[in-house]
Design a protein around this ligand. Structure first.
Ligand code: A2P
Length: 270
């Protein structure tokens, strides 16, 4: 568990459903909950909130024991639009609240994220979500948000070959929890840690996820494979040495796999 800057506790290991097809989402999330995940990360833009909500409701696990994150779609920036988008996400989820609501991208060309952030503050102060945060925010975007309302998390692309150290240092300084998406480098980073994995008799994915945990990152690995869903959660049986941590940290190449937050803006603002 990690304690966010507003005192709310969030399970460090989450299950991510980016690119999980809508018709496979419920099964994958139900399985994730069954093997122990208590934190699920979705977004309006993934088109699979309904499957996440259905799995949460079908799981038999009390709602308050699960932590559900969703995000504002890029085309829904703006104060009124963001308020409406949150309601629509809840409707699709079939839930009364999300634990964490994030601005998915700054979408700086629209220049509305400051207004959207005010809407999230309103949702939070109305006690309709337990925490609010951002995703894909660079220092220049974080600096424009109200000083008195610091995001609880910044969810960013983060894996051994793309570590964004300047940004993570800034988040640590400001008590913004760092949440790693594409934590396995979409699978590509695994080939760099096979020796360390063999030494511990674990999988390369377990090594990379363990590296994130030891650095204090929240992680949200994605998988639709039942065996991987299980083993990606099973991270308690070994500890990486300082030398192994340093060897993995030395893999940074500065190459981003996903979109560039400075320019990414696919949707029309509605
Ligand atoms: P799959 O869904 O077939 O398991 P990331 O979370 O960094 O985006 O990585 C997700 C990618 O890595 C997916 O392609 C996923 O494929 C793959 N993946 C997830 N877990 C593992 C694992 N334990 N071993 C190998 N590949 C994995």
């Amino acid at each position: 568990m990690i304690t966010l800057n507003n005192g709310v506790r969030i399970p460090q290991r989450g299950f991510g459903v980016f690119q999980v097809p809508p018709d496979e989402t419920q099964r994958a999330v139900e399985q994730a909950i069954e093997v122990g995940y208590r934190h699920i990360d979705t977004a309006a833009a993934y088109n699979n909130e309904a499957g996440v909500g259905a799995a949460v409701r079908a799981s038999g696990v009390p709602r308050e024991e699960l932590f559900v994150t969703t995000k504002l779609r890029n085309g829904e920036h703006g104060y009124e639009s963001a308020l409406r988008a949150y309601d629509e996400s809840l409707q699709r989820l079939g839930l009364d609240y999300a634990d964490l609501y994030l601005l998915h991208w700054p979408n700086p060309t629209a220049d509305l994220y400051v207004d959207s952030w005010r809407a999230l503050q309103r949702i939070y102060t109305d006690e309709r979500t337990r925490a609010i945060g951002v995703s894909n925010f660079l220092p220049e975007h974080l600096d424009r948000l109200a000083k008195e309302f610091v995001p609880a998390v910044n969810q960013i692309e983060l894996h051994p070959t793309y570590q964004q150290r300047e940004l993570t240092d800034l988040c640590r300084e400001r008590s913004i929890a760092i949440e790693a998406y594409s934590p396995l480098g979409q699978g590509h980073d695994l080939r760099h840690v096979t020796k360390i994995a063999a030494a511990h008799q674990v999988t390369p994915a377990q090594v990379v996820l363990r590296w994130h945990l030891q650095l204090g990152h929240l992680v949200i690995p994605k998988s639709t494979d039942p065996h991987r869903i299980r083993t990606n959660f099973d991270l308690d049986g070994f500890v990486l040495t300082d030398a192994e941590m340093a060897a993995i940290s030395a893999l940074d190449s500065g190459n981003r796999l996903g979109n560039d937050p400075r320019t990414f803006a696919i949707s029309q603002i509605r």
